[in-house]
Design a protein around this ligand. Structure first.
Ligand SMILES: [Zn+2]
Length: 202
């Protein structure tokens, strides 16, 4: 690795990305240096993402619309059922299953005491006020918890199910063993669709 401050800085930033080790970071940095067009393209894409993509005010997915995302703005979707997911990318998975036509809510993670992530670090308060606000006009009656089947997902499901059922809502979980995470490719759309249809009441 050549000791050039700007190059070292680029390697350092690339190395911060998940799945990119120091060796790969160096290789990518040299490639960016070698190809001026790649460098310009990356720069433009990074600026565009920062300037145009933000969280939807309602469901906390990503959007480039001024306020509500396309799923929140779509008047043909059902208002009474809301699907809670861990990450914005999970929405794409649920959508491609074709088995859900309600609304979404993104928690931005799951409860993980080991990592110091508690309920207040997630968009749970926002979910509850959304449900509360809906009661006047178009009430949300069912909350589908489409969280990952791991320790964090289970903890979050238990936590939310208790709060939701106490409020008289129907809380369901997608059929067990179906991971939503976008990095997991082995669950096909039909399996996920079935898991949604065969959801279990909590
Ligand atoms: Zn939205």
């Amino acid at each position: 690795m050549l000791r050039i401050a700007a190059l070292e800085k680029l390697v350092h930033q690339l190395n911060r990305l998940p799945g990119i080790g120091p060796k790969t970071a160096q290789r990518l940095a040299y490639q960016i240096l070698r190809e001026p067009e790649l460098s310009t393209g990356l720069q433009e894409a990074l600026v565009a993402v920062r300037e145009t993509v933000h969280l939807c005010e309602r469901c906390f997915s990503y959007t480039d619309e001024p306020t509500a995302c396309r799923y929140c703005a779509d008047t043909s979707r059902k208002d009474d059922v809301i699907c809670v997911v861990e990450e914005p990318s999970d929405i794409v998975r649920v959508e491609s299953s074709g088995a859900f036509r309600g609304r979404y809510h993104v928690l931005h993670g799951a409860i993980s005491p080991l990592d110091g992530v508690g309920p207040d670090d997630l968009k749970i308060r926002e979910l509850l006020s959304r449900i509360e606000e809906s009661q006047g006009s178009a009430p949300i009656t069912e909350v589908i918890l489409a969280l990952d089947p791991d320790l964090e997902g289970d903890t979050t499901v238990l936590y939310l199910a208790k709060i939701l059922t106490e409020r008289g809502l129907k809380a369901t979980r997608i059929a067990s063993g179906v991971p939503l995470g976008s990095d997991i490719d082995y669950v096909d759309d039909r399996t996920l669709g079935r898991a949604l249809e065969n959801r279990v009441e909590l």
